[in-house]
Design a protein around this ligand. Structure first.
Ligand code: ADP
Ligand code: MG
Length: 327
């Protein structure tokens, strides 16, 4: 088999309730431009669409040639088309503050005189904390439910998978924490002779957190609502990368929408008289296309040509839409 059986357009028709889509893949393969094109497509379909990025590099603003950092802005002629580059630093600062309050409360509660700062530094000075803040940003947007369609231009997929996988891990972790907090509290209530309920901000926080995680997980694992698309070039490394990711996502129960092949040189534009460099690249791509059909088969949704320039601005994105969503 070496042709598309279910195209991107067909997939969208088959999933009319689809609301959250993601693009993953190796760095530089075209995730951001595909996310941009998908958002433009959805907006043209008449849906109020948000293109969001948790990527610290300002790639959306660059692609759209418009500053969308820090708050959602309309980005195309259609009034229902928004883009938003999330300010991760701001979120991290807010999360740190929140954690500081919790830790301070706990230290006071447990009669510990150590300064909270040391705890806070060790709790927040790691990459997982940043990812977790980004994950919270993303789910916050989803829960607010102000749009009909969300396209997430995720950070490189290793993070994306961790981000999504985290909702499962978090649930387990919070479950454990909750159990021990509840036990400790009821024990104290029994011992304190009063029936008055103790205040426990830490427990309240964990309960709220657990609810959010459960909700995120149920949205993200629902294949009617969510799809993760993987972008690859016809080259060995990007193919290897998404092969691994697809397996991981499968294990996490996160719906894989399919594979987008990007950057295929149009053979009909390459004559026998083309320079050796171009002919070699075409041959290389041919071989990798065989591999792509073998590995991904009927999961291939679109094959996008290599354009003569980079993809920037509304006009180029419009052209990309036509290739990503072939009628
Ligand atoms: N089909 C294509 N033809 C020409 N340039 C492309 C194509 N797809 C992507 N690009 C360009 O390649 C670069 C990387 O794309 P980008 O979407 O930023 O990748 P990623 O988000 O995966 O890192 C950008 O400059 C983009 O404009
Ligand atoms: Mg990008």
């Amino acid at each position: 088999m070496d042709e598309i059986t279910v195209s991107m357009t067909q997939y969208m028709k088959d999933h009319p309730e689809l609301k959250y889509i993601f693009f993953g893949g190796k760095g530089g393969v075209g995730k951001t431009v595909m996310a941009g094109a998908a958002a433009l497509w959805a907006a043209k379909e008449g849906r109020k669409t948000l293109l969001a990025s948790t990527n610290p590099v300002h790639s959306l603003s660059n692609m759209l040639e418009q500053d969308v950092f820090g708050k959602p802005a309309t980005v195309c002629d259609e009034a229902n088309c928004y883009a938003f580059e999330i300010d991760t630093k701001d979120t991290i600062d807010r999360s740190k503050q929140e954690i500081r309050e919790k830790i301070n409360w706990f230290l006071k509660f447990a009669d510990i005189t150590t300064k909270a700062d040391e705890f806070i530094e060790s709790a927040t000075m790691n990459p997982a904390f940043e990812e977790s803040a980004m994950f919270e940003n993303m789910t916050e947007l989803m829960f607010k439910d102000e749009y009909d369609f969300y396209v997430f231009d995720t950070a490189p997929t290793a993070n994306a998978r961790r981000l999504l996988g985290m909702s499962k891990v978090y649930s387990l972790w919070v479950e454990k924490m909750l159990k021990s907090r509840t036990e400790a509290r009821s024990l104290r209530e029994v011992l304190s002779f009063t029936k008055k309920k103790e205040e426990d901000p830490l427990l309240d926080y964990l309960l709220g957190f657990k609810d959010r995680m459960a909700k995120a997980q149920s949205l993200l694992t629902d294949d009617r609502l969510t799809a993760f698309f993987f972008v690859t070039l016809p080259e060995s490394l990007p193919i290897a990368v998404i092969t691994r990711f697809i397996n991981w996502f499968h294990d996490f129960g996160i719906p894989v929408g399919g594979v987008v092949v990007n950057g295929l040189i149009q053979k009909d534009q390459v004559g026998d008289d083309a320079v050796a460099f171009v002919r070699n690249r075409v041959r290389m791509q041919d071989e990798h296309m065989q591999e792509i059909w073998k590995i991904f088969g009927d999961r291939v949704r679109s094959i996008v040509p290599l354009f003569e320039t980079e993809i920037k601005g509304g006009k180029m994105l419009g052209r990309l839409v036509e290739h990503l969503f072939v009628a």
